[in-house]
Design a protein around this ligand. Sequence first.
Ligand SMILES: Cc1cc2nc3c(=O)[nH]c(=O)nc-3n(C[C@H](O)[C@H](O)[C@H](O)COP(=O)(O)OP(=O)(O)OC[C@H]3O[C@@H](n4cnc5c(N)ncnc54)[C@H](O)[C@@H]3O)c2cc1C
Length: 475
Amino acid sequence: MGASSYNKVQASDAAAIEAIVGPRNVIFSDSERLEPFSHDETAEKRYASMPELVARPASTAEISKIMAYASSRKIPVTPRGAGSGLSGGCVPVFGGIVLLVDRMNAILEVDLENLMVVAQPGVVTNAINEALKKHGLWFAGYPMSLETCFLGGNVAENAGGGKAVKYGVTSRYVVGLEAVLASGEVIRLGGKLRKDVTGYDLLHLLVGSEGTLAVITEVTLSLMPIPRKKAVLLAPFAGPAEAIAAVPRIIREARIVPTSIEYMDRASILASCGYLNESIPYGEAGAMLLLEVEAESGDELFANYSAIGGVCEAAGAQRVYVADNRTTMERIWNVRRNIAEALKVRSPRQSIEDVVVPTAAIPAFMEGLFALAGEEEVEIPCYGHAGDGNLHATVVKPLAWSEEDWDERLHRILERLYRLTDSLGGRISGEHGIGNKRKEFIGINLDAATIALMRGIKGVFDPAGILNPGKIFPD
Ligand SMILES: Cc1cc2nc3c(=O)[nH]c(=O)nc-3n(C[C@H](O)[C@H](O)[C@H](O)COP(=O)(O)OP(=O)(O)OC[C@H]3O[C@@H](n4cnc5c(N)ncnc54)[C@H](O)[C@@H]3O)c2cc1C
């Protein structure tokens, strides 16, 4: 389907939406106020597209009415959370309505008997853990963008962050969903259940569906107890090859699953420290692993980090620095969390990737990446969730390249990067999703029969194709 398959939003449509959500909660024919909803955090402008109307519903009932109306008028609707996405997922490719869920931001219930939380999609992810802290509980599947992103966006992207090596990603914790279909019908899937095999697992089909199958209006998450003690280790290595080679040895030889095994190359560390005006121990290292370890007592913590530190040193770490006080741990994590932002400030023309390979293939991936960067004469700083095989290779535009050069060469570099990943048994996206940024490349990973099956599923959920069109599938 293309832009011509849809109707434009008319003044009469805007009036109908205003009647549902109230005039104060609609933006229409005001390009200055519409512009912020034309993009997410994907740096390249080519993925941006203006909405015709932004609606801010306050309830499931209002979303249901908007969807029914948009279906009847054949107007595209793109759900939007905080807009922190990195694949253009909430960008309204064919204009139409952006459905902003920021007013649906309540934590509806903290259920201490079942160890579950029920929340609306517009809750900032960190607010959930802040609310749970006093109960000694947390939602462990959150992404690194937790201070800005919304829960609905996490579910729609099946986000995963720096603790996935031990705790897994969002889908592990989603046990119940309420969602509105393109037709306006409201469905409820799962519930406060730890097991449920009643029919097809539609719940987990919606998790990671990037807003293309239904609008998520309520989420039930299962919770974990907050570990009593934790420590952060920094292990500097001579270079990337040495650091990456240590990763599989850590779990195998220490026989402990760290909460996090994060990798940072030299360019990423220097950029983030410079951006934050911060310094961390061994900040000049060729490459570094950041590991987080948990335990229930001080003695157990000491034993755990000593075992992991010992393996790192045996694997070639020059030193191992241990931080076990909150301030230092937070300073170190802050450097890791701000790498993306720091690289963006250094060069706004860049492409953050989130390819994923089997962990054993990381050394081969890094070798391929260095060769690719050398052949293409481009800088590709790399950092990320080494414990998951999920790496943020970031292609940065060299100053000398013209805009035309960049457009043409970036396409070729991405295609080569994705093919390298595929050749190692990996995928082009481990957490940021396909959106409109990677849709032309999905065929590198998925065969035609699989893509046809996915299109069929999309057609069953959304026969008129009005829900977040122009995403996931190649044009
Ligand atoms: C600095 C930085 C760090 C990041 N770190 C991580 C990380 O560690 N791990 C990770 O996985 N991601 C990370 N991200 C990417 C991003 O934050 C996540 O994808 C996040 O889950 C998006 O949430 P959002 O509310 O911003 O969603 P948006 O960007 O608004 O939307 C994302 C997608 O979800 C859909 N959507 C949003 N709300 C709904 C809803 N209620 N119903 C149906 N569909 C909906 C949209 O249509 C879109 O397709 C990072 C981004 C930045 C900028």
